[in-house]
Design a binder for this molecule. Structure first.
Ligand SMILES: Cc1ncc(COP(=O)(O)O)c(C=O)c1O
Length: 378
């Protein structure tokens, strides 16, 4: 396979691919925190596939694990024990403090699995989610995703749910009733633009769930796996959820998601499944990824502080290497100017600039990003 030019990719995209995405550049190569576009221009990547490439692009240990496994067995089906699946499940259980794990192919499917688990084990039907929350775009996960512009065209989505203002415990108390199966919440809202609520919010959710019998589902798809400087975003609080979902950073870009649940909460025979989920390649990639993250985890908070200090005058919201800056209408222009100067950043919702670089980003790279942002933001 030869390398395509950006023009060739654009022409094929315009003719043959449904125009659901907005894009104007191609990324054709990556190494560590750097990527290269179709014209060979180099960038420091503070998007990292939207918080996916946490070990950096093409980390040698992850590449080796995928290649070794590809030579051995690419797929076999969950009709059989799958190489590395149990090892990853053990690791996921250890890092989440949960009891058992289950795999999916994406974050949205992890949400769907969590919603199914909550419904089947509680026998209840309803969910409560929060304004500006994002949990995916499948029919199930979209039902609990707030943003009206992406959800409403597809209603009715067959799920009874209520949206409560993120942070509003009084509203939550009113919304949860005896038929509520679960409350789903992000520890930090990622797509909304890195919104960090007080710890008391999560303590309050736990209390409401304990009183009503609803399950507390924490969506760690974006915040999990070291992104915030701990394995989970919720681990910055003392709260223990009932169900945790993971995806994005779990296998360095190989499609994979997971859910993990506390004791007495598990799928029984035939209640859930998927052809590809937790396959040999995904699990090999994940095992290597989790090993790399374990080594670099202690440095994540320190690197986040380096960003915080460098960007202090813009009042950034920083937890580990999940960083948000409120810019407003100029956000797309800032994103473009940074790209021109070799730094990829991305506009999340509501004019919030988001930085979620590889957890392996070096101090020198952080300093370059800070310099470019300071120059661009003025
Ligand atoms: C918190 C959260 N949950 C779920 C998802 C959906 O994940 P995926 O795009 O892998 O389906 C995302 C994706 O951005 C997310 O940020």
């Amino acid at each position: 396979m030869g390398m395509e030019t950006t023009q060739q990719m654009k022409a094929l995209d315009e003719r043959y691919f449904m125009p659901a995405f907005s894009r104007d550049m191609a990324i054709v190569k990556g190494e560590g925190s750097k990527v290269w576009d179709g014209e060979g221009k180099e960038y420091i990547d503070c998007v990292a596939g939207i918080a996916v490439c946490s070990t950096g692009h093409c980390h040698p240990e992850v590449v080796k694990a995928i290649c070794d496994q590809a030579h051995q067995l690419i797929h076999c089906s969950n009709l059989y024990y799958v190489p590395h699946q149990g090892e990853v499940a053990k690791k996921v259980v250890e890092i989440t403090g949960m009891h058992k794990a289950f795999f999916s192919n994406s974050g949205a499917e992890a949400t769907d699995g969590a919603l199914k688990l909550a419904r089947v084990r509680t026998g209840k039907k309803k969910f409560v989610a929060f304004t500006h929350g994002f949990h995916g775009r499948t029919i199930g996960s979209l039902a609990v995703t707030h943003k009206p512009a992406i959800r409403e065209p597809f209603e009715p989505l067959g799920m009874e749910k209520t949206f409560v203002e993120y942070g509003d415990l009084e509203g939550l108390k009113k919304a949860v009733d005896s038929d509520t199966a679960g409350v789903i919440v992000e520890p930090i809202q990622g797509e909304a633009g890195v919104i960090i609520p007080p710890d008391t919010f999560f303590e309050g959710i736990r209390e409401v769930c304990d009183k009503s019998g609803a399950l507390m589902i924490v969506d760690e798809v974006q915040t999990g796996l070291g992104r915030t400087g701990k394995w989970l975003g919720i681990q910055h609080t003392k709260v223990k959820p009932d169900i945790v979902t993971l995806a994005k950073g779990i296998a360095s870009g190989f499609p994979m998601g997971a859910l993990a649940a506390r004791e007495d909460l598990e799928f029984k025979k035939s209640e859930h499944g998927s052809t590809f989920a937790g396959g040999p390649l995904a699990c090999a990639a994940s095992l290597a990824t989790l090993g790399v993250i374990e080594k670099i985890l202690p440095e994540v908070a320190v690197k986040g502080e380096r960003f915080r200090n460098g960007l202090a005058k813009y009042n950034p919201r920083v937890r580990g290497l999940m960083i948000g800056i409120t810019i407003g209408d100029k956000c797309p222009e800032i994103q473009k100017k940074c790209a021109e100067q070799g730094v990829l950043v991305n506009c999340a919702a509501d004019g919030n600039l988001r930085l979620v670089p590889p957890l392996t980003i070096s101090n020198a790279e952080i300093d370059t990003v800070v310099k470019v942002l300071n120059g661009t933001l003025g």
